[in-house]
Design a protein. Sequence first.
Length: 94
Amino acid sequence: MIKLDRPVIVEGKYDKIKLSSVISSQIIVLNGFAVFKEKEKVALIKKLSQKTKLIVLTDPDGAGLVIRNYIKNIFFHYTFYTNNFNYIIVDYFV
């Protein structure tokens, strides 16, 4: 089991189930495009991002791209580190 010091945000519940077998960390499920309507979840992610770095894991498909771009737009005051594995570490700065 890999222990992470930051929350991990994933697209769906099956991503969480799979990831839970590998890592020990808080895992937040976006529920796909439902995140566009879930203001409480967006507020939670913003609050968490002010306390710690986040890892966002999405699928490498069109839906994943749309969700990643939405998350990027939420965090316009943040720095993003990306790579070919479709994840973003969100680092808050003032």
